[in-house]
Design a protein around this ligand. Structure first.
Ligand SMILES: Nc1ncnc2c1ncn2[C@@H]1O[C@H](COP(=O)(O)OP(=O)(O)OP(=O)(O)O)[C@@H](O)[C@H]1O
Length: 601
């Protein structure tokens, strides 16, 4: 009897296994089809966007005369800046638009002005109450009726706003500002918004800092995801999204999120001619770095205002302490401070009571100090998108300002240990590439990252490379790679994980004995150059990182990437002509010598 039962169970288990196998096969098929479909969809949306965005929006429209009259009489401005008029015309034509314009480029005018052309109101979704309050103060000064509604709005004001929205009674409000959080949580607001729409009074939905919608962007905010419902609820109300940073993949993601795939994308040139971009070697230890910052702030930037961005809360506090001990007026700023403390520090900086704020990226949106003369990144930025936005806070008054990155390779591994996805990893790599470049114009590097045409970049010696152009040559470093490969293989066979420091030490025959290899000669170059080569091996994919998680930290180790195709070829790295290490030679393309044999793997 029990044997019979066992037989039956075994039979059923076999059937289950066979079904599971089929299921796995079908799942895999489904995954492939889903990926294929998504890729085609992206391609289709990209083509549609490109076609939509080619249209010239700068011509004449029925509202053109009125638009110029408002520009002159209300905003007291003489002319439009690049892409402002196009954005205004496109949104007034009821098109969904994403407007990409650099920091300080004048995005606000692109939604403020259209709101005055039509009857009715515009809903503006903006991430911070402080940002909203500044906008409202400025609009009221110009005589434009604008209101915000949030948890601290008085009952009386709420009543007035809702009366206008739901019943079209009382003062006409041209712009209603809310945070995405408020929109997501206030049913009362949504219900009034629907009434406003039903009355035909909702003209436009503006989304400021629209890149916060995208998980692919550098500043994703979960509350922005609710904004995806708006198109479904108000299908004929045009959406106008504004941002200072977005690559094409982020644009496509935003479009999908907001359900406006294939919409018009307008892009003002990203080039900021008054910003001087440069990368400087970071002194190796903390005290030397503080001395260096002190020197910069007391000579080059004496009595000038600035921001120093640091990687962690701890870094901001330590840097602030060190600089204060050296007599500088600075203060740290980060997300762990109470809101009141944050505003007080911001306020004191605005009034030049502090020469600089030492901040994490929490010191961000809404900083509108015109005379910021320097922005220093104390560590490698996490992404070029963030870097562009953070450094863009310099020189809003149009006068020259400096944007410095203090670079050393070990910072790359610190940043890398903090990131948690492939997308973020690629962003840090792009940042590393920016720092490793030897002669490319920094402005062009930024423009190319944002897929913005080079033709708009006119760098008049406004970056380290254009100011001091140096001839660069491709140098054959295959022999160096072989040495690194040998050291790494030796460490692997000893079961030791190599950090950057251990690798370089082993190469210089210092550090642990078992990691040194007799056949590898000490490099005839300084450690910075040695690290530059390791960074290039990493960039080229010859080396890969492996993260090891402990309870308190993440260690990043270097490993040979045995799958790398780069190993099949000669390995070339760019050097400034006068900085080529001894024993290495520039690569001569015309040389008949065949490429070296692939290394055994
Ligand atoms: N057409 C124009 N002519 C002259 N000044 C302008 C014009 N448009 C905008 N401005 C001015 O440029 C400054 C920056 O504008 P705005 O605050 O809209 O920039 P933004 O693009 O929103 O910047 P951020 O990304 O930092 O928020 C403001 O002082 C604004 O008055």
């Amino acid at each position: 009897m029990s044997d019979d039962l066992l037989k039956k169970i075994t039979k059923i288990e076999e059937q289950i296994k066979s079904i599971q196998k089929e299921q796995a096969k079908l799942n895999e098929k489904l995954r492939i089809l889903n990926t294929e479909r998504d890729e085609l969809k992206s391609k289709y949306n990209l083509e549609k966007t490109k076609k939509e965005s080619e249209k010239d929006w700068s011509g004449n429209f029925p509202w053109t005369e009125k638009v110029f009259e408002i520009l002159k009489n209300i905003f007291k401005l003489k002319e439009f800046r690049s892409k402002q008029l196009s954005a205004i015309n496109a949104t007034l034509s009821k098109k969904d638009v994403l407007l990409l314009m650099p920091t300080g480029g004048g995005k606000s005018l692109c939604y403020q002005l259209p709101s005055l052309v039509e009857r009715g109101t515009s809903l503006v979704i903006s991430p911070l109450i402080s940002l909203i309050e500044d906008q409202i103060i400025n609009l009221k000064k110009l005589g434009v009726s604008a209101e915000t509604i949030n948890s601290s709005t008085s009952k009386e004001s709420k009543k007035n706003i809702y009366q206008y929205m739901a019943k079209n009674q009382g003062t006409v409000i041209k712009l209603i500002f809310v945070t995405p959080e408020w929109l997501a949580k206030s049913k009362m607001f949504m219900s009034n918004l629907q009434k406003c729409y039903a009355l035909g009074n909702l003209n436009r939905i503006v989304i400021d800092e629209v890149h916060c919608c995208s998980q692919w962007g550098h500043d994703f905010r979960p509350d922005y995801k609710y904004l995806g419902l708006l198109k479904g609820m108000f299908s004929d109300v045009p959406i106008l999204g504004l941002t200072a940073t977005a690559t094409m993949s982020v644009i496509l993601d935003i479009q999908e999120m907001l359900d406006i795939s294939g919409c018009t994308v307008l892009r003002a040139p990203f080039f900021r001619p008054n910003l001087f971009y440069e990368v400087l070697p970071k002194p190796s230890d903390a005290a030397a770095c503080l001395d260096y910052l002190e020197k910069l702030m007391t000579t080059n930037f004496k009595e000038q205002s600035g921001i120093i961005y640091a990687l962690s809360i701890k870094d901001t506090e330590e840097l602030s302490k060190g600089l204060r001990e050296r007599g500088l007026k600075v203060h740290y700023y980060h997300a762990n401070l109470e809101p009141e403390a944050r505003s007080a520090i911001h306020e004191r900086w605005l009034r030049n009571k502090y020469q600089a704020v030492i901040a994490t990226v929490a010191f961000g949106m809404g900083i509108d100090k015109p005379d910021v003369r320097f922005v220093i990144h104390h560590s490698l930025p996490k992404s070029l998108e963030g870097f562009y936005q953070e450094s863009g806070r310099a020189g809003r008054d149009g006068k020259p300002a400096r944007c410095i990155v203090l670079y050393k390779l070990s910072d790359y591994f610190r940043v890398s240990s903090l990131v948690g996805s492939k997308v973020e990893e690629n962003k840090v790599k792009a940042s590393l590439e920016y720092c490793l470049a030897q002669n490319t114009c920094r402005h062009k590097q930024i423009a190319s990252h944002f897929e913005d045409g080079f033709e708009t970049v006119r760098c008049e010696k406004m970056c380290d490379h254009c100011k001091n152009p140096r001839k660069c040559l491709e140098v054959d470093v295959t022999s160096v790679w072989k040495d690194i490969y040998t050291i790494m293989e030796n460490a692997e066979s000893n079961g030791v994980n190599l950090t950057l420091l251990k690798l370089i030490d082993a190469w210089y025959s210092t550090g642990a004995k078992e990691l040194r290899v007799d056949t590898v000669k000490k490099p005839r170059m300084d450690r910075i150059t040695a690290e530059y080569l390791v960074a290039n091996f990493l960039q080229k994919g010859l080396l890969k990182e492996e993260k090891n998680y402990t309870a308190y930290s993440v260690n990043v180790y270097l490993k040979i990437n045995r799958k790398s195709d780069a190993m099949k070829n000669r390995i070339l790295v760019t050097f400034k002509e006068d900085a080529i290490p001894k024993g290495l030679l520039p690569f001569n393309k015309d040389s008949e010598e065949p490429p070296p044999k692939r290394m055994k793997t």
